[in-house]
Design a protein around this ligand. Sequence first.
Ligand code: FES
Ligand code: FES
Length: 152
Amino acid sequence: MNIRLIVNGGTTNVEVTTPASLLHVLREELGLMGTKDACEQGECGSCSVLLDGDLVCSCLVMAADADGLEVTTVEGIGSDGDLHPLQRAFVEHGAVQCGFCTPGFIVAGVHLLDRNPVPTSGELREALSGNLCRCTGYGGIERAVQSLVEGT
Ligand code: FES
Ligand code: FES
C-alpha cells in the first residue's frame, strides 16, 4: 500500500508492504540511518522517534499505521552545523562513546524536556529508562540532560 508520511517537516509517499515497520521504512526506504536498528523488540530504545509528538519505538510501529502522521527522527532535531542544545550537551559532557545509542537518547531527552523543562532526577531517569547504552555511559548521559534542566 502507499502511505504518506510527514518526516522531519517534509511530506513523502512510500510504497510499503503491510508487515513493514516504521523503522524499516525510515532506514531502508528513506535512508534515515540515524534511527538505529538493534533489538527490533521494543527493548533498547535505539529506534526511538517522535510520532505526532509521542515517543515511540519505531520497530514496534507498523508503517501502515503511521500513514498521515508526523515523524521526527534525530535528523530532524539537529544538523551538522546546527546542533540541538541537547546534542551540544552530549558532546560537552562526554555522553557519547560508540554513539550507537545516542540518537535514541537524544530523541527521548528532547521529548522529556519539551514537555517537562524541570524534571526531577527521578522523572529524568524514568524518561530515559527505555533506552539502553551498551557502553554503560549512563552517568554522562544523565549529566548532559540534567545540564539543560532550568535552574540547575
Ligand atoms: S530496535 Fe526498537 S527498541 Fe530496540
Ligand atoms: S555510547 Fe555505545 S551504546 Fe551508548
